[in-house]
Design a binder for this molecule. Structure first.
Ligand code: NAP
Length: 231
């Protein structure tokens, strides 16, 4: 599993309490960053997100390589073919409520929604037929291992996490993220209780999760960092 984020210089990835489409705002919809996002998606069997990230995009986004960087659509498709991947990566959404808009284009296109027993019934009744709703927990939330078990059962091995700070925090807590691709955008966002960094809801404090820097690239003032997380 590898994750992708874009952060401001001062470490902010999410704005307006996580309701804003923050990545595009922070990166300035930078062309090189969108190319890298497409490339990371092109490698994946599945793209994993939390429902918060889907809601924040405001019913516009698709989590496919060509949606984020159409100019490289052909190269991404060739790469997927060479890697023997399906035509597009499967979008997997983790959701503990029924707060998903049925008119989301990503749900119309087809996704796998992993949820808990009660919302599963309601979501099945309203979401487009192209989307599968699967109950993987009887409690209010889903254990990270159950998310992985569901993806394994469907044959997904190479997984890109584009989830926000809540889901990413859960994955890192369980040492489930192998690599992090981090774009540092040359902006300062400042901080309030409405904006936050890459991990929310977990505090590693004096025993931080450690990583090793694998590569650094620069495009104009944007930095592209690749880390391997130690487990
Ligand atoms: N800068 C970047 O690169 C970047 C990348 C990704 C996201 N973001 C930003 O991050 C913000 C969203 O943050 P977020 O932390 O809310 O995103 P998130 O982690 O993707 O979504 C959180 C939601 O996912 C569901 N969820 C997560 N873990 C769950 C579990 N174990 N069991 C059941 N449901 C679970 C819950 O949905 P329910 O509430 O429906 O139960 C939860 O509210 C947005 O502003 C987005 O733009 C930025």
């Amino acid at each position: 599993m590898y994750a992708n984020f874009v952060s401001s210089i001062d470490g902010i990835v999410a704005l307006e309490a996580g309701t804003a489409p923050s990545g595009g705002i922070i990166s300035g919809r930078n062309e090189a960053d969108r190319f890298v996002m497409g490339l990371l998606r092109a490698f994946a069997d599945a793209v994993l997100v939390g429902a918060g990230t889907v809601r924040a995009e405001g019913g516009k986004a698709l989590w496919t390589p060509d949606y984020i960087f159409p100019a490289a659509a052909k190269a991404y498709a060739d790469l997927r073919q060479a890697l023997k991947r399906e035509k597009t990566p499967r979008l997997v959404i983790v959701c503990g409520s029924d707060a998903l808009d049925p008119s989301e284009p990503a749900l119309e296109a087809g996704a796998l929604v992993l949820t808990t027993a009660a919302p599963a019934k309601r979501l099945r009744a309203v979401l487009p037929k192209a989307t599968e709703v699967r109950a993987v927990s009887d409690s209010d939330s889903i254990d990270v291992e159950d998310i992985f078990e569901a993806m394994r059962a469907d044959g997904y091995r190479t997984i890109l996490s584009e989830g926000g700070p809540q889901l990413f925090g859960e994955l890192v807590s369980r040492d489930r993220v192998d690599e992090l691709f981090l774009t540092v955008s040359p902006v300062l966002e400042g901080q309030s209780d409405q904006s936050f960094g890459m991990i929310r809801g977990v505090d590693f404090g004096r025993t931080p999760k450690r990583s090793r820097l694998l590569s650094v690239h620069r495009h104009e003032s944007h930095l592209f960092l690749r880390y391997q997380l130690e487990h």
